[in-house]
Design a protein around this ligand. Structure first.
Ligand code: HEM
Length: 425
């Protein structure tokens, strides 16, 4: 613990407004949160500032957008650096928001007085993805144009509402100038406003729950937030800022040729964080890939705090030592199963020809789904029969399997798909 008689600076006084005066000493430990929530907030501020500066030269039309980016990079002092900072912060925010989400989940910080904040957090995660996706189109290069074309046409697979929904986003049947202005308005207007609302509620609810989670068993030892927590927050913020600036000097945001509405790049890929969905589409019926599975996941994530659990050790990583072991085995199981199924579907079984007399929904949808679900169910069943684990650890295990499988599919899609989306090694 640090004792200080020095008066807080203006920044420190601002930080004190969003914290209580005293806090449990264990909550300050870096490994309790890894500072991820604060890093997200910092990235948001950096994105707003760099985004506002980018707006000075950006022209939101198909004729002007690409050239305005070239102009910014070549003719404006630090223009390229500014664009890189915006791009790297946005990419990082997808990663840190996701890590923050799983930190909250694996520390069981989503129950009781924190359940509402978990829901606000999920909306923030959706906003992070949506902000990233709408920004993706703005450079209007081949990468942007075709990634958004792929993503919006994926939406069309959703039964009944798919086509109208895709048309709503695009402002018509194809990605064009209307889509660009729609995305620009969402990206630079509506989404940041929604962020401010959800983040304010989020911070307020963290305070209402008396700070971040700690294990409930021991007696709390309260220490002053200033300087104990505030000094650590400032240190983390400086390290993050310095790293982003450094990376932005050496790592350029991608920019291919100006978008051609007729010639697509080969392969055409979705933005990296949606590559898991594009990979899934290559193995399973589209209704499963873009509707049944994602909707089931979203419902599951929103419902987590409200399941009936018998034994929850809030604030304890993975609920117990046994839970830690189970999560590790679940991740290994998911890596193995997902890799094997990708190889089976790619080289060994053509699901379309496998059961020609069945409707495609069954032969290419339900059947591959069961190939994943049955081994997973068997794995979970035996583990829980042998170890008699509590329900919460079953849920942790299921989530670990889902997340790991998605990451494997994303990796395969990003790095192991070449021309014609064929597997390459
Ligand atoms: C823009 C995105 C986000 C920002 C700026 C943000 C910010 C924060 C901050 C500053 C904290 C307190 C410190 C910490 O736990 O690191 C926090 C806690 C929390 N966040 Fe987030 N968060 C974001 C996204 C999310 C997401 C995606 C989820 C999960 C669905 C989530 C759920 C929670 C919960 C439940 C807590 C309370 C945790 C506890 O008491 O230990 N947040 N968030």
């Amino acid at each position: 613990m640090i004792n200080s008689t020095r008066k807080p600076t203006a920044i420190e006084r601002f930080l004190l407004h969003i914290h209580p005066n005293k806090i449990d000493e264990r909550a300050i430990k870096f490994t309790n949160t890894f500072g991820l929530g604060g890093i997200n907030a910092l990235l948001f501020v950096l994105l707003v500032i760099s985004g506002l500066l980018l707006r000075f030269t950006y022209v939101p039309t198909p004729e002007g957008a690409y050239n305005s980016i070239i102009y910014l990079q070549n003719n404006i002092l630090f223009g390229k650096l500014l664009r890189n900072i915006h791009y790297i912060s946005a990419t990082l925010m997808v990663v840190t928001s996701f890590l923050h989400l799983i930190r909250v989940f694996y520390k069981q910080a989503l129950f009781f007085e924190r359940s509402k904040n978990w829901i606000y957090g999920l909306f923030l995660m959706i906003l992070v993805l949506f902000a990233n996706f709408t920004g993706y189109l703005l450079p209007w290069d081949q990468l942007a144009y075709w990634a958004v074309t792929i993503m919006t046409s994926m939406l069309e697979y959703i039964p009944l509402v798919g086509k109208p929904l895709a048309n709503l986003f695009r402002g018509g049947d194809v990605v064009d100038g209307t889509t660009l202005i729609n995305f620009y308005t969402l990206h630079t207007g509506l989404i940041p406003l929604l962020f401010v609302f959800f983040m304010s509620m989020h911070f307020w609810l963290v305070r209402k729950a008396k700070g971040v989670i700690v294990p409930q068993k021991d007696e709390p030892k309260m220490v002053k937030v200033y300087p104990n927590l505030v000094s650590k927050e400032i240190l983390v913020a400086l390290i993050v800022l310095a790293s982003i600036f450094l990376f932005s000097i050496f790592l350029d945001a991608p920019l291919l040729n100006k978008a051609s509405t007729t010639i697509s790049p080969n392969p055409s890929k979705a933005p990296w964080y949606f590559m898991g969905v594009q990979e899934l589409l290559m193995h399973i019926h589209p209704v499963f890939a873009v509707f049944v599975i994602p909707v089931a996941m979203i419902v599951l994530f929103f419902y987590f705090p409200y399941f009936k659990y018998n034994e929850v050790n809030v604030g304890v990583w993975f609920n117990s030592k046994n839970g830690q072991k189970l999560s590790m085995y679940s991740a290994m199981f998911a890596v193995l199963l997902t890799s094997i199924l990708i190889i089976i579907s790619e080289y060994l079984i053509d699901f379309n020809a496998w059961m020609p007399s069945f409707p495609a929904f069954i032969s290419t949808g339900l059947f591959p789904f069961l190939l994943f679900a049955i081994p997973t169910f068997t794995f979970l069943y035996y583990w829980f029969k042998i170890k008699n684990s509590p329900i919460i650890e079953l849920v942790i295990s299921i989530v670990t399997i889902i997340i790991t499988s998605y990451i494997i599919m994303m990796i395969v899609g990003i790095w192991f798909r070449g021309e014609g989306m064929n597997l390459i090694f």
